[in-house]
Design a protein around this ligand. Structure first.
Ligand SMILES: [Zn+2]
Length: 276
């Protein structure tokens, strides 16, 4: 599943098409696109998809990415489980099909939204105020979260810290992989109730979340085996993870075998010795 680093990598990959006029938008799967009234059927206004407009800038909160048109309209993307955004040079083919929405640019390049498993999608919003209203429900973005932010939003909760991190209303953009990695870096047991975590531990956890997400971005997005950057090249693979996917293997700190269990239905890997 694409996590924050993958979505940020997609956002950075769109920089070369900012300001380039969009000649035409083709929607191959209407049900992938929701209009402002949340409808997934019926005729779409091509202008709502930025036809005859340009992408002035892009913004991201957590795992959601928004294209902001020069005219102020907003195309909000969720990549879901398998979503990709590709920038294709003129004449290049989309490999693997599932090109649900295609923006053809004046210079011959195309932006393609594909999502084979269709858990993601596109939301068409009239303006930035509508985007802000949607994003009010999300917590502070993981790339800028601090220990104080974490303590404020989660500190009174009796839930275990790992599922609390996955709930996007506390921190936006921390998924299963980076939650395990950040808790290992901070030395915090994923089963600890939030209200037992001390201020210095929240501070360590905030630092750890920013660090593991930043490392993921430097790796070009690494969490999905078939993940592709917008230019079509693969992410750098899963080698950088210190606990995720390594249950039973030796802890990189103490050498003891890492524990693995389901916690709130999600596979969780941690070190009983290094994380308390
Ligand atoms: Zn250990």
């Amino acid at each position: 599943m694409p996590e924050l680093p993958e979505v940020e990598t997609v956002r950075l990959g769109l920089v070369p098409v900012l300001g380039v006029p969009i000649a035409r938008v083709r929607v191959a799967r209407r049900d992938v696109v929701r209009d402002h009234a949340e409808q997934r059927r019926g005729r779409l206004d091509p202008r709502a998809l930025l036809e005859h407009d340009t992408i002035a800038r892009t913004v991201r909160r957590g795992k959601q990415l928004a294209l902001i048109g020069a005219g102020g309209r907003v195309v909000l993307m969720h990549l879901g489980m398998s979503g990709q955004v590709l920038v294709l040079e003129a004449g290049a083919r989309v490999e693997g099909g599932h090109a649900h929405v295609v923006w053809s640019l004046n210079d011959g390049r195309r932006i393609v939204f594909r999502d084979p498993r269709r858990f993601g999608g596109i939301w068409l919003l009239p303006d930035l105020a509508a985007l802000d209203a949607r994003w009010d429900a999300l917590g502070v973005d993981g790339l800028s979260i601090t220990g104080e932010d974490l303590q404020r939003s989660l500190g009174a909760s009796r839930r275990a810290i790992k599922p609390a991190l996955l709930d996007q209303s506390g921190v936006a953009g921390v998924g299963n992989i980076y939650a395990d990695e950040a808790l290992f870096e901070a030395g915090i047991d994923p089963r600890r109730p939030c209200d037992t975590i001390a201020p210095d531990e929240w501070a360590k956890l905030g630092d750890a979340i920013r660090a593991v997400l930043s490392a993921g971005i430097r790796a070009g997005g690494s969490t999905l085996r078939d993940y592709r950057r917008p230019d079509g090249t693969p992410g750098s693979g899963v080698n950088g993870h210190r606990v995720y996917g390594r249950g039973g293997q030796p802890c990189v700190r103490c050498g003891r075998p890492l524990s693995k269990a389901l916690l709130a239905q999600r596979t969780t890997t941690w070190c009983e010795h290094c994380q308390n």
